[in-house]
Design a protein around this ligand. Structure first.
Ligand code: NAP
Length: 313
């Protein structure tokens, strides 16, 4: 038997409704929504010919909206704004409640299958349940195949990586990887990165959670593995903490007009990071986040200055 799944994390309904309904109001769908307004900076997933915009889109909690038509349309508006701003990589998991179905709904409404780089996960401790779960996820998204499949939180990684390798060899998935978060299980992640053939790893990295800089990010460069940075805003805790503080005047030198952009530019300017994947319920925040993936980006000296400034607040 599979271990029972915990109940999906839900935002307080009032907060989620507020954000999502504002998103719906800010956008009309789907007419011309996919005309691309800007081109974000990209980074090539190492060892592949896939150039990914350096800001993607997460879906944990924010897209877990059930089957409420208004909320589904609001999430569709968020995804429309994401694609219009040049976004491609969307990340989800069978752990994220109805988020996969929400993404599938929006991809259908927006006719955006050719725009998305579909990143999902396998999340079960039983190897033999992996293929069935992956197929259910694929149907929920409505994609012909996933671009990236990741072993969520390293759960059952040995067996699942064998499954994913076989799927990759058969052309049933393009890329494969593993994930962790909150700075957990970095020793085990390092062990797998040294041993397995991976296209990408996903881990927590932001201007205050920097443990990955010690070993995992250098190792990713050495081994030619892409890195997806999750929890860029510590689930908004970081943004809330900084919100009462002034942006330094020199933030303008790196084109950061808000704290969100300041944080994202710090993350994506690390040479090992392929992209960051902030989640949001708001159209304006998607635009703001994608706009962070533009020149100028900070150099190493500026990155140090940014981290010191935040540490001093
Ligand atoms: N182990 C794993 O595999 C793992 C673990 C954690 C996360 N992840 C992935 O990483 C994604 C991102 O992490 P996360 O969802 O935990 O947290 P996060 O992206 O750090 O934070 C999300 C929060 O940031 C807020 N936000 C987004 N853009 C903003 C902006 N421009 N200004 C102000 N607030 C903004 C959003 O609120 P609004 O709705 O108000 O914009 C949302 O509440 C997840 O959704 C998931 O796809 C994977």
């Amino acid at each position: 038997m599979a271990s029972p799944l915990p109940p999906p994390r839900l935002l307080s309904r009032r907060r989620l409704l507020g954000g999502l309904l504002a998103a719906a109001a800010a956008s009309t769908l789907p007419a011309a929504t996919l005309a691309r307004s800007t081109t974000p900076l990209t980074r090539t997933l190492p060892g592949t010919d896939v150039a990914l915009p350096r800001v993607g889109l997460g879906s944990w909690i924010t897209f877990n909206v059930g089957d409420d038509p208004r909320l589904l349309e609001a999430c569709t508006a968020v995804m429309a704004a994401f694609f219009a701003a040049g976004g491609r990589l969307i990340d989800s998991s069978p752990m994220y409640g109805t988020s996969q179905a929400t993404i599938g709904h929006a991809l259908g409404r927006l006719e955006a299958l050719d725009r998305v780089y579909a990143a999902d996960k396998v999340w079960t401790s039983r190897r033999d349940e992996g293929p069935t779960q992956i197929e259910a996820s694929r149907r929920a998204w409505g994609v012909p195949r996933f671009d990236l499949l990741q072993v969520h939180n390293l759960r059952g990684w040995e067996g699942h990586l064998e499954t994913l390798q076989a799927m990759k060899a058969a052309g049933e998935v393009r890329h494969l990887g593993i994930t962790t978060s909150h700075g957990r299980r970095h020793d085990e992640m390092e062990h797998i990165m040294r041993r397995a053939e991976l296209d990408s790893v996903q881990l927590t990295y932001n201007i205050v959670d920097r443990e990955a800089e010690q070993r995992l990010l250098p190792l990713a460069r050495e081994r030619g593995i892409g890195v997806i940075a999750n929890r860029p805003f510590q689930r908004k805790r970081l943004i809330r903490r900084l919100a009462g503080q002034p942006l330094p005047p020199w933030a303008a030198e790196i084109g950061a007009a808000t704290w969100a952009q300041f944080i994202l530019k710090f993350i994506i300017s690390h040479p090992a990071i392929t992209c960051a994947i902030p989640a949001t319920t708001q159209v304006e925040h998607v635009r703001e986040n994608l706009a962070a993936a533009r020149e100028p980006l900070p150099d190493e000296a500026m990155r140090r200055r940014m981290a010191e400034y935040v540490r001093g607040l």
